[in-house]
Write a protein that binds this ligand. Structure first.
Ligand SMILES: Cc1cc2nc3c(=O)[nH]c(=O)nc-3n(C[C@H](O)[C@H](O)[C@H](O)COP(=O)(O)OP(=O)(O)OC[C@H]3O[C@@H](n4cnc5c(N)ncnc54)[C@H](O)[C@@H]3O)c2cc1C
Length: 559
């Protein structure tokens, strides 16, 4: 426990009376930190910290990377802004070497400030300096975060759209120049690449590559894409909410955990502009924000997360073998299938030709600025379509929701229907189906048919975003992993009914028809397709992994 003598070494407390110091010693937490250990993270609840021994640094997460924004010496404080304003911590604080820190919780701070007003004055002055001082947060916010990469490519080049989407979804700050806009082309240093070499990708002050594979882009950005080990306790397929939750729980509970994601962490949820029904976020949370928080959490707790890699084959056995695209094979005692669902494609005249050139499946958030001032359409009537309409309505001149049915009530949440009704530039056309997409190099117009009037009309289109539901893509799974007729993975009692189930015990709730292979989230056969359900199942799957490993150990001992 900290002593009054030690507290006197902190200028804020130096002039306090002995009884006040003794009271502080009783209420303050005394925390010893090892090198690199955090005492508080960006976004944690308010508290005031003082550094007793050692050195520390204030750290802010910028673009997914930890950025050191200040140093602290013994006797200095941390957390003044949060304690004065009652807000979450604007930055984290970690020890540089061994360090010792004391923490004062808000109600004790306010009790102290009530009897010694000088404390509030001192901390308030510090808070103002931390915000507006020369090295304060205001100065930090006004110095823009440097871009990490530059993309040179045409607006209607599908490869360029894929590249921009990949960078956007992986939260990489980049600049995009179009070679046919002279002012933008002039920003590209050096000779412009030939038409056929676009999109070109350049790391700021680094290498340039032409028409790169996303894997190469990930390599240049130093993202993890090679497994570090040959064997894991559990390998999670997919890093949507279910996979990231499994990563967090698996790693935090001491399992060697690998999460493999073919595109970007966050899954479908990562493409949502605002998730309003996830517990703990009273004013909603953007998919980007939720995904980047979950990713940081999983990494901090020790999960290994690979991007731009797909699992293409599983050989069930003991241990199971997972084949990654590109030829790597890893072994896993258990597997969690968290590979979600993929957008259903429409077979309509002109669609295949114009995908990525004005037609997009799902919300291509990186396309938002391209819809500026245009009339765009959204197909679908679910929450994802509603969220996309809200999102694009702040860029496009008008957004028209096209839907075959007669009302949104059956498929969309009430809060969204109310929000849509308040946006003057969002319109809805019921009984309407798109019958053709028109345009040479890019989408220019769509034909829509009204089933009530029998009329077909042509609408100018600056972008068509399709949200007509999704399917489980599970044809690559081994035959013994049983699926329902639509490809969703059977688990628990349904999996136990399969003839191939080999054990005396029943499968666990999330276990598939192959012992040790589990399924969580949207890919699992279940009526609930929600972020909260995916997170819950991903976390729960880890409890079953432990149970399976205990059984396997007992079987091995008994053998
Ligand atoms: C636009 C939109 C808005 C939404 N809004 C809400 C909302 O407001 N509230 C709500 O509760 N729900 C919402 N949902 C639904 C919610 O996002 C999903 O229920 C949830 O994301 C399911 O999580 P999951 O982890 O099971 O699957 P997914 O999110 O689909 O993630 C699966 C991941 O696995 C990866 N993957 C697939 N196959 C492989 C493979 N072979 N190898 C490696 N990786 C693979 C995919 O790339 C993907 O990243 C929304 C969905 C969308 C699309």
């Amino acid at each position: 426990m900290v002593t009054p003598e030690e507290l006197r070494s902190i200028p804020l407390f130096a002039s306090l009376e002995e009884p006040d110091l003794e009271w502080l010693c009783r209420v303050m937490a005394d925390i010893t930190l090892s090198p690199g250990e955090y005492v508080v993270h960006d976004g944690d609840p308010p508290a005031l910290f003082a550094l007793l021994d050692g050195q520390g640094e204030a750290v802010k997460v910028v673009d997914g990377d930890d950025r050191v924004i200040g140093k602290r010496e013994p006797g200095t404080l941390f957390g003044e802004i949060s304690i004065v304003l009652g807000t979450p911590q604007p930055a984290g604080f970690r020890a540089v070497g061994e360090a010792r820190v004391v923490r004062l919780d808000p109600h004790d701070y306010h009790a102290l400030a009530a009897i010694v007003p000088e404390v509030a004055t001192h901390v308030g002055r510090n808070a103002a300096d931390r915000i507006g001082g020369p090295k304060g947060l205001q100065a930090l916010a006004s110095s823009p975060t440097p871009y990490r990469a530059i993309v040179l490519g045409h607006r209607w080049d599908a490869a360029c759209a894929d590249l921009r989407r990949f960078l956007d979804r992986n939260q990489v700050r980049f600049r995009w120049f179009q070679p046919d806009i002279p002012a933008e082309a002039a920003e590209w240093e050096g000779a412009l690449p030939a038409e056929g070499d676009c999109p070109a990708f350049r790391i700021v002050n680094g290498k340039t590559v032409f028409r790169p594979q996303l894997r190469r882009v990930a390599e240049l950005l130093e993202m993890d894409f090679e497994p570090a080990a040959a064997e894991y306790d559990t390998v999670v397929v997919g890093a949507g909410p279910a996979g990231l939750a499994a990563g967090v729980y698996g790693a935090s509970e001491g399992l060697r955990t690998l999460v493999v994601e073919r595109e970007a962490p966050g899954g479908q949820a990562g493409t949502s502009s605002r998730i309003e029904n996830y517990l703990g976020f009273p004013s909603g949370v953007s998919g980007d924000d939720l995904s980047s928080r979950a990713l940081q959490q999983a990494r901090r707790l020790g999960a290994e997360i690979l991007v731009t890699r797909s699992i293409t084959r599983i050989d069930a056995g003991e241990p199971h073998q997972l084949h990654l695209d590109g030829g790597d094979v890893v072994q896993a005692k258990t597997i969690i299938l968290a590979c979600g669902v993929s957008w259903r494609q429409l077979e309509i005249e002109g669609f295949d030709r114009l995908v990525g050139k004005g037609i997009f499946y799902g919300a291509a958030r990186s396309e938002a600025s391209n819809t500026h001032g245009l009339d765009i359409q959204v197909i679908g009537a679910g929450n994802s379509a509603g969220q996309a309409a809200m999102f694009f309505s702040t860029h496009a001149r008008s957004v028209t929701i096209l839907y075959r049915g007669e009302s949104l009530e059956k498929s969309m949440s009430n809060y969204l229907i109310e929000q849509l009704a308040k946006r003057k530039n969002i319109h809805t056309r019921f009984h309407t189906e798109v019958t053709a997409a028109r345009g040479d190099g890019s989408l220019e117009a769509i034909d829509v048919h009204n089933s009530e009037t029998g009329e077909t009309t042509r609408l100018e289109s600056g972008g068509l975003f399709i949200f007509i539901g999704a399917d489980a893509e599970t044809s690559w799974l081994p035959e013994d992993v049983k699926l329902d007729p639509r490809g969703y993975v059977l688990t628990g009692a349904e999996a136990g009914a399969a003839e191939c189930w080999p054990l005396d015990r029943d499968p666990y709730l999330l276990e598939t028809s192959v012992p040790g292979i589990f399924a969580a989230g949207d890919v699992r056969f279940s009526p609930v397709k929600r972020v909260a359900a995916a997170v819950g199942e991903g976390s729960m799957a880890i409890a079953f992994v432990h149970q399976y490993l205990r059984d396997a150990e007992a079987r091995a001992k008994g053998a």
